[in-house]
Every structure is written in C-alpha cells, then in structure tokens.
Design a protein around this ligand. Sequence first.
Ligand SMILES: C[S@@+](CC[C@H](N)C(=O)[O-])C[C@H]1O[C@@H](n2cnc3c(N)ncnc32)[C@H](O)[C@@H]1O
Length: 218
Amino acid sequence: MTTDTGLDEMRSWLLTEHHETVDPARLGHVRAELERVVRDGVPGPVAELGCYRGAMTLWMRAVLDACGDDRAIHVFDSFEGLPDTTEEDEIVMPSGVFACSPDDLLAAFDTWGRRRPEVHPGWFDSTLRDQLPDRIAFGYLDGDLYASTLVSLTECVPRLAPGGALIIDDYTDPAAGPDTIAPFPGVKAACDAYFEGRSPVETLPGDVAYGRLRRERG
Ligand SMILES: C[S@@+](CC[C@H](N)C(=O)[O-])C[C@H]1O[C@@H](n2cnc3c(N)ncnc32)[C@H](O)[C@@H]1O
C-alpha cells in the first residue's frame, strides 16, 4: 500500500540507532496494522503510550506519510522513565529506566523532516483520562509494567474506533511455546485482569512477543 522508499532508509536507521526498543518484527507488525487501519478508513488519531525517544513514533509517522495520511499522533510518557514495579510484574527493576527528554524525541522528527507528534508528558494516570483523544484508530501500548498497561487499556479500549486496533508490546503468552521469553510478565497479567480472563488479545510472532487487539466493526 505504501510507496515511500524513505521507509527503507528510516527502518535501517531505527534498527541501528534504536535497537534497544525496536526490532524488525515490531516495525513489521505496527506497519501492517497501521496500513490496514488506513486502508479500512478507520477514523481517529494514533496514540502511543510509552514513547521514550520516539523510535516507534517516528516509524508510525513515516508509515502514515507513506500512505498519504496526515492524521495526528499523540504520545504519552513520564519522560522520567519507568515507575516502580509491583508484585504483579513478577520482576524487580529500579524506577527511572528509559528516562529521556521530549526534546530528544522532537529532534529526531526535525532531523527527518516529519510532522511533530502531540506530546503529553506525565504519568499515565494523570494524563490519559483528560488528554487522550475521545476516539483513536490505532494505539501502540508500550508501558512495560502491569499498572502502566492496565491504565493504558482502561483508557484506550473504550475509545477504540470500530475497526481500530492496539498493538501491545511485550505481551508474552507462555502458552505460545516452551522457548517463549517473557521479559515483562506484567503486561499479559494486566490484559488478563482487564478482560477478566476472557482476553481477546492475540499473540503475534517475534523475537520477544507482541499482542494485538482488534475492535470489530460491529
Ligand atoms: C520501552 S519504553 C518505550 C519505547 C518506545 N515505545 C519506542 O518504541 O522506542 C517504555 C516507556 O514507557 C514509559 N512509561 C512506563 N510506564 C509509564 C507510566 N505509568 N506513565 C508514563 N510513562 C510510563 C517509560 O517512561 C518509558 O519511556
């Protein structure tokens, strides 16, 4: 669907400069789902919850641009890094990992000559309810932790347009296979808690794992 050869150049740059947070599978899944959303004419902006230095934000902008689609992207992050882990995370990590500045993110957009996203700094539980658009077509949820994922689902799922989708990073279902790596078990635990055990999140293949939630057109 896309024709912009600039995507290949950006993909190579992202895989070199941002290999900490993006990989070929992540980029491929997000591109495919975003292109489908555009192709299906799903209305509403795009949101990223946990944008860090903007690697995936830039990729989503480039994919939309290549589709000739000028819808806005809204990004949310504390810019203070991850909050404290909780018991549901089943891991212990120091808070503050992934701290950065909105200027880091915006500089990358300027360098690539792309339209800047709408940046919403702050903790999800202080920003999402009032600042997330009423309707979204596509969301990339990348908050890594249980509480961050739970509040992301709470605010995103009811706002998802018919035909829209969420890609949930680090959603790892151990039932997918014995070799499955689950660096952030709290992400799936939050999905299971939100959907009360009847989670419609599908597992997508990749080096780590990703979940996809589509809202039927109904
Ligand atoms: C793995 S990084 C995101 C990587 C990014 N999506 C990318 O593609 O490069 C996770 C981000 O989520 C943010 N985050 C996690 N929980 C949060 C919360 N409750 N409120 C705000 N930001 C949060 C962290 O600050 C961090 O920048």
